[in-house]
Design a protein around this ligand. Sequence first.
Ligand code: GUN
Length: 283
Amino acid sequence: MTAQRIDGNALSTQLRTEVATRAQALKAKGVTPGLAVVLVGDNPASQVYVRNKVKACEDSGLHSVLEKYEATMTEADLLARVEALNNDPSIHGILVQLPLPAHIDAQKVIEAISPAKDVDGFHIASAGALMTGMPGFWPCTPYGCMKMLESIGYDLRGKHAVVIGRSNIVGKPMALMLLQKDATVTVAHSRTQNLKALTLQADVIVAAVGKRNVLTADMVKPGAVVLDVGMNRNDEGKLCGDVDFEGVKEVASHITPVPGGVGPMTITMLLVNTLEAAERASK
Ligand code: GUN
């Protein structure tokens, strides 16, 4: 069997068109959805990420502001900027790019963002809302994974999902989203014993570790759906995920490639969350 690829670029194009249409409808009511992206320091990867986020906003008709600060910015000054953005009616979503310089307490900054504008979904209030099934913002990467499952019409009820990785940004929220759709969820991590015994039982596997070849063909049940959140480089310097794509694609029914899989969905869901924040604010 050769797995069907779930194309994150194609799905993103479709979802971004929907975002653009909804943004137009809001604009007709006098509200332009606005995202503020805050970057502190000159981390090269972060600079690429924030540029892509701002460009994606522009392409979908969202207003975006990029605020760049020196790495020496104080925590107090950053907290003051967040507070100003909380009170700015033209801004509906606030994203403070991580990592922050070591002298700044990232969690404190995240908690300073108004939960109504927390389009990253990293605030404790957002995490609590996800856990209890209340309205809030879902973290963009696992939210994108859920959209990918939805795009293939996958019914999670009663299925066994194994999430590899337990980060606050991907693994934990992913597990809660799958649970909310009535999957039976196992969260595996670096201390898990006999990962293969777990993944072989899985109908859905989400690999979110940040290490190559965490999932190989011998670990996958025939017909399973495999989502690869990893972003790594192979020996030739080429982008690759956590999954041995060439091997696993011969066993799985569906698989996300890297690049062109979950990656583009993360920014797309940021646009969706920003639009949602603007729609909620304008009600
Ligand atoms: N750094 C890497 N990914 C992300 C993300 O999704 N949001 C923020 N704020 N920082 C990041």
